[in-house]
Design a protein around this ligand. Structure first.
Ligand SMILES: Nc1ncnc2c1ncn2[C@@H]1O[C@H](COP(=O)(O)OP(=O)(O)OP(=O)(O)O)[C@@H](O)[C@H]1O
Length: 362
């Protein structure tokens, strides 16, 4: 198996009655990539996946797989395979018959379909369990069978709806590694729906962050984390402070803005009109404490909470019109000059660590 298809989602919307679940999104998922659709509950990621699979009709727009427009094709004729969140295994069938099911539907004779199902079970290292029923398996084993069942159709793209959500935390991490390995081995396009930013960061070549039926950003995990496009992405990915203000000027390639009732800050980014409302993101782990702040690139605030995390310490600070500013510093830096709740601490950061965020789709 080495065929992989690009998936082109062209101005696609999904409208259920009065709800627009997916709002005119366009996205090209390169052939052979691992793409994670990431976002909070209700953002439209499952609807998007189901439209790619053909389990949900497309209200507006087109889905193109490789060179074929598949918008109106039934799931079995698209060249995609879907693994459902609940695995949806048939309880009364043994593993071979579960895996062979779609071949049976396709009219393939028994000996061939059983042989192919056994090959798939082998690929997933489950051949020793071939005669068991799904209830006689652990969660991780059931997942492997569900994967074998999806892959037996030799798809160009594998679609995974929250594939790890039913597993305990330990198994989740193990199966995450197995999915990554399987993706490499098969070389086909994977599209994986998740609400876990950690899972998406660990697996994806491309993370598509969705909110309210729209795409906020589609980029590599590193780009999404280092250069979040919008305040939503910065907040959702975590580890960023988002501060909001009004632009007062754009000197020297920096945008200077006032936080309402608070300080004046500067951040890197394209110039914006004076008076515009903007958001800026500052990485929590790039904040330093203890040195006097450079104008616009720090402030002195009061520590409102401290959390010891082992290798790092998380400080929550209030000041300059910002109610909850987070600084994550190494335990070494913290214990060199410890501070306590109620202390005033000077914070600062470098200009390149404060970035101006865009509005959605800007
Ligand atoms: N069959 C349906 N009929 C009506 N509304 C629906 C239907 N399916 C989904 N919706 C609505 O569409 C929106 C997007 O749902 P969708 O399941 O795509 O989101 P999601 O991001 O996958 O959420 P979750 O992580 O909770 O599964 C939600 O507001 C949801 O209530």
């Amino acid at each position: 198996m080495s065929k992989a298809a690009e998936i082109d989602i062209a101005s696609v919307s999904k409208i259920y009655g009065k709800t627009t679940a997916v709002d005119s999104i366009s996205l090209k998922i390169p052939a052979g990539s691992y793409c994670c659709l990431l976002g909070p509950s209700g953002c439209g990621k499952t609807s998007t996946l189901r439209m790619i699979a053909g389990h949900e009709s497309v209200s507006v727009g087109d889905i193109v797989l490789g060179k074929s427009v598949v918008t109106h094709l039934p799931p079995a004729r698209r060249g995609t395979a879907m693994m459902f969140q609940s695995y949806a295994l048939f309880p009364h069938l043994d593993l071979v018959d579960n895996v062979a099911f779609s071949l049976k539907m396709a009219g393939i004779e028994k000996a061939e379909r059983r042989a192919r199902a056994l090959d798939m079970l082998k690929l997933m290292q489950m051949e020793a369990y071939a005669t068991r029923k799904p209830a006689q398996l652990s969660g991780g084993q059931q997942q492997r069978v569900a994967l074998a069942r999806a892959l037996i159709t030799d798809p160009e793209a594998l679609l995974l709806d929250e594939p790890l959500s039913a597993l305990d935390p330990f198994l989740k991490i193990r199966m995450r590694a197995e999915l990554k390995k399987l993706h490499k081995q098969l070389g086909i396009t994977f599209v994986h729906v998740t609400h876990s930013q950690e899972e998406a960061m660990a697996l994806a070549d491309i993370i598509v962050v969705m909110s309210n039926g729209r795409i906020e950003q589609a980029a590599s995990p590193r780009d999404v984390f280092e250069r979040p496009a919008t305040a939503f992405v910065a907040r959702f990915m975590g580890d960023h402070n988002v501060i909001s203000g009004k632009v007062v000027g754009c000197p020297d390639g920096l945008v200077t803005f006032d936080v309402v009732g608070g300080g004046t800050f500067s951040a890197s980014g394209a110039s914006r009109p004076v008076g515009a409302d903007i958001d800026a993101a500052i990485r929590t782990d790039h904040v330093r404490i203890g040195e006097s702040p450079v104008k616009g690139l720090g402030f002195t605030g009061i520590v409102s909470n401290l959390e010891y995390r082992g290798a790092t310490v998380k400080l929550t600070i209030e000041g300059a019109g910002i109610t909850e500013f987070t600084a994550i510093i190494t335990d070494t830096a913290f214990y060199a000059t410890p501070v306590a709740v109620g202390d005033a601490v000077p914070l600062h950061w470098d200009a390149q660590d404060a970035i101006i965020l865009g509005t959605p789709n800007s």
